[in-house]
Design a protein around this ligand. Sequence first.
Ligand code: ADP
Ligand code: MG
Length: 385
Amino acid sequence: MDRLTADFERTFGAAPTGVWSAPGRVNLIGEHTDYNGGLCLPIALPQRTYAAVSPRDDSVLRMASAQQEGLVEVSLGEISPERPGGWSAYVAGVLWALAKDGLTVGGLDVLVDSTVPLGAGLSSSAALECAVAAAASDLFALGLLESAEGRARLAARCVEAENTIAGAPTGGMDQSASLLCDERSALLLDCRSGDTRQVPFDLGGAGHVLLVTDTRAEHALVDGQYAARREACEQAARELGVDTLREIDPSELDDALGRLDSDEVRRRVRHVVTEIERVEAAVRALEADDLAEVGRLFDASHASLRDDYEVSCEELDVATETARAHGALGARMTGGGFGGSCIAIVPAGVADAVASAIEAAFADAGFTAPQSFTVTASGPAHRDA
Ligand code: ADP
Ligand code: MG
């Protein structure tokens, strides 16, 4: 925080008015369900993105990041999918979306720094948007951090920023997690109703840890694949005469699959419907302290994402298989897929051994060295200073 404040002063010539931060997230279970009106269950990470910010008396936005080169400048009125482009679209997009919502915002000087790894499927993009949204809410006296409704509204604006200005067609989970997750809890998010519920999540009490492994795998075509999965789900919903695949009750799944012609689309639908059911089962298991069952659900989720939804990759399969073979109760890919991170529930005493085993398996396979760390469920976006 001291370094960020000093860097802000060097960049913009005066100390920042304040510092705000927002966490990255991992989704425990419920993958590729958010854009189908389904359920997901993210936790906020201890890794956060920090934004040192001062308001300006004009409508200029100046942005810099410790993770990127250069200073980017744009007028609020010129923000569009083309401008400012690049990483700063995630910052500018938030101001654009707040203004579009009828809220009065002005120019800002913004310097960000982050401990969330970029592009690891841990949602550095939402952490960036939500840190900026938190700052804007306080500096323009919008009061949106003070209530769950206000935070949900900020999350919706951040989604618009990412979809429209940054051009990434993501669902709503990441921003809701970053703004609404509580410490020691997972957030059960109903993406149809917008309802949220905190579910106790504290593996430490049970002698276990959540091990996150950033595979550092980079695969081309990720964005196109994401859009293609969304399109397949929307097409299936149209064919089945429902608004979203959430409407398909698990008891009606076989009947629904029988009405679809394409084997590929059938498998996509089967993933979504069974994954939503697994989220409900995982919540029941967590509330009953049945970690072994949560682990089995992790494994089933991974198999469904690998075989039916086809969004896994070799690195994610090797990481999850190795974790299981070395004592994990369960392991799955988390995030959109084709790289990103794997999560595993591991007895605390073997976490280091599991991480080492994954590293060794990656070396054997000739993959880039992965990065593993344990995480606890952390707090949402807030003002730090
Ligand atoms: P993820 O959200 O999983 O980390 P994304 O591709 O959605 O991956 O978002 C990563 C992008 O978000 C980066 O390429 C960059 O444009 C932007 N970004 C995230 N964090 C920062 C940061 N601290 N500084 C600058 N840009 C960032
Ligand atoms: Mg992202």
